[in-house]
Design a binder for this molecule. Structure first.
Ligand code: 5RP
Length: 226
């Protein structure tokens, strides 16, 4: 994914925001462009918005840009924008969580009246699972037991680790199991249900909620809307 394509998608998402909105701010490199573009509008147009960040990293970026932030508790979020790791072209179902922010991203996405995805064409897949990895967030307690249960489902889970070999920790203090064994996911609803039936599973990277539009940026700066 090249920066011009990410920037084009991020800028297009920023144009959807209107004065007074509560805006869910997703995580990842494409969303960084959206937040930068949004901050530009806040300052140049006097747009009054409140951002609902989906990660501590996004929160820090929004605050750096002078965007007011809040949690999604008080009221429905008007518009949620976020990146994705896979977008199934026929259904607009998603895999998310390669960046590790899936739990907060899903909480915010479910709080939104509208959900818009920003990406470039490398994220488009004919079938979920094509990139070979499904992130699953699990409680630290009994994570090996949770991994065994996921392995029984064919998930071939691997504990995500930082460069120094220590387990990657999410903003919520949980671990991530990257599941490499599910192959192409023909029935994501059933897989999601099976995974969430495991007590240690906090959330899966399957985002099966309605997506209003997907903004696909390209290197020449144009944007395709799915
Ligand atoms: C993080 C995510 C991100 O939205 C996803 O990884 C996309 O990131 P990028 O725009 O950097 O490709 O799901 O948990």
């Amino acid at each position: 994914m090249t920066e011009p394509a990410k920037r084009a998608a991020g800028r297009a998402a920023a144009t959807l925001v209107q004065d007074g909105m509560l805006v869910g701010l997703g995580s990842g490199s494409t969303m960084r462009h959206a937040i930068t573009a949004l901050a530009h509008r806040v300052h140049s147009e006097g747009l009054r918005i409140v951002g609902i960040p989906t990660s501590t990293e996004t929160e820090a970026l929004a605050l750096t840009h002078g965007i007011t932030v809040a949690e999604p508790d008080a009221t429905p979020v008007d518009l949620v924008m976020d990146g994705a790791d896979e977008i199934e072209t026929g259904t607009l179902r998603l895999v998310k969580g390669f960046g590790g922010a899936l739990l907060r991203e899903k909480i915010v996405a479910q709080s939104g009246r509208r959900f818009v995805v920003v990406a470039d064409a490398s994220k488009l897949v004919a079938r979920l699972g094509q990139r070979g990895r499904l992130p699953v967030e699990v409680d630290r307690f009994g994570q090996a037991a949770s991994a065994r249960r996921i392995a029984e489902l064919g998930g071939a889970p691997a504990l995500r680790c930082d460069a120094d070999g220590t387990p990657f920790e999410t903003d919520g203090g949980h671990f991530i199991l990257d599941c490499m064994g599910f192959g192409l996911i023909r029935d994501p609803f059933t897989l999601d249900r099976q995974l969430r039936a495991i007590a240690g599973v906090i959330e899966t990277g399957l985002f099966l909620l309605p997506v209003e539009q997907v903004l696909i940026g390209t290197d020449d700066g144009t944007v395709r809307v799915l």
